[in-house]
Write a new protein. Structure first.
Length: 392
């Protein structure tokens, strides 16, 4: 359905995010980490790019690899981390998972050309996961060089939730866009194009760009009938299902528990050289175990609830976070049950790199897990496949 905007179907509140640091100085992670069959490299240690130094990092030279474009959890900008976004690279093809704030710039910083992007897979429709989703297309829809190819990016994400959660408030809660209060991925792009119509129409006339609707194809992922819904259960026991397959990768999805958000997905990428699973946002969920069984790498979200207890966050707010995210002290046992060899911590909350040390993240995540734990940093690369000689 290239170029179509029709409904294609494929089978906390901020809390003292600037709180006092537990560290007097940050020793930035550099070099490489051997992790079983995976290798990780932190490039530029996630430091913000300088306007005077926009050069991309040195790639690790693996044919198949994961690139952590941004590792922050939550919608608020944080020191040392960009918005959540990841890339699976297979040869000359790139597949993105989520597109949080600055994802478009981080893709550029990584050295991955936009022309290589074949697909984007959206775990759920929270702002920190889609802040740069339309920008990714909108800012790249014109070829930069004559030799650049005009390709179509396939975007797969949640459909309409079908209902809103109860606010629990005694007074009425306002509803934005009551005619469609729970839009899905296709709706998102329809609205974004309408909002930017003047720019798009003017540029198509002034610079003879192609129709932006030919630059992407949006798909709402259809959830199998397992009794799940916006009122719960959010992630009942189920088997993964395939949402995309091409010559180099097969992508499977499963429901996860990011209540009250529905649907929320985890994704698995199977390639000839290895498999990687992205948890998306979720509380500890057995569906992750089902999806990750036999995979090489599990990229999983984490939250340090002890940090927020130390910051005197009210118990009710901490309980909300506990029900919708995975505690860092829980994730190691989940990784061990899944049988993966490498656990990568991602979507870290708190996101500020000075709030919780890498050592502390790793110490807590290692509990119950005998494999390698890697604390994700922006622009870190994790190899799944064999190294390839550098291009000369």
């Amino acid at each position: 359905m290239a170029g179509s905007l029709g409904p294609a179907r494929i089978g906390p509140e901020r809390w003292n995010m600037g709180a006092k640091s537990r560290m007097s100085r940050r020793a930035m992670l550099r070099g490489s980490i051997t992790a079983g069959t995976a290798t990780a490299m932190s490039v530029a240690a996630g430091a913000p790019a300088s306007a005077a130094d926009p050069s991309p990092p040195h790639p690790i030279g693996a044919h198949t690899r994961v690139v952590l474009l941004g590792t922050a959890g939550g919608p608020f900008p944080a020191r040392g981390r960009s918005g959540i976004a990841s890339a699976v690279v297979v040869g000359d093809r790139t597949y993105l998972v989520d597109a949080g704030h600055a994802a478009t710039h981080q893709l550029f910083r990584s050295g991955l050309p936009y022309d290589s992007v074949r697909g984007v897979f959206v775990t759920h429709l929270h702002s920190d996961h889609i802040a740069d989703l339309y920008n990714l297309i909108w800012l790249n829809w014109a070829p930069r060089q004559p030799e650049d190819t005009a390709h179509t990016v396939e975007v797969f994400g949640p459909g309409r939730a079908g209902g809103l959660p109860d606010s629990g408030s005694e007074s009425p809660t306002p509803t934005v866009a009551p005619e469609n209060p729970t839009p899905g991925t296709v709706d998102y792009f329809t609205g974004a194009i309408a909002a930017t119509a003047y720019d798009v129409n003017e540029r198509m006339r002034d610079t003879e760009r192609r129709d932006i609707r030919q630059a992407f194809s949006a798909h709402d992922i259809t959830v199998p009938e397992v009794g799940a819904g916006h009122a719960g259960p959010f992630a009942p026991p189920m088997e993964p299902w395939m949402v995309h397959s091409d010559e180099v990768v097969t992508v499977s999805a499963i429901l996860v528990d990011h209540r009250p958000v529905y649907p929320a997905f985890a994704f698995r990428f199977d390639t000839a050289e290895g498999s990687v699973v992205f948890s998306g946002d979720t509380a500890r969920c057995d569906n992750i175990v089902r999806l990750a069984r036999g995979a090489d790498v599990l990229v999983h979200e984490v939250i340090d609830l002890d940090y927020y207890a130390d910051q005197n966050m009210p118990p009710k707010k901490r309980e909300h976070l506990r029900k919708s995210h995975t505690g860092v002290d829980e994730v190691g046992e989940l990784a061990a049950t899944s049988g993966v060899r490498t656990l990568v911590l991602d979507h870290l909350v708190p996101a500020d790199v000075t709030a919780v040390s890498d050592w502390e993240w790793k110490r807590k995540a290692q509990r119950g897990f005998g494999g390698e734990v890697i604390v994700g940093r922006d622009l870190m690369e994790i190899a799944l496949g064999a190294r390839v000689p550098p291009h000369r």
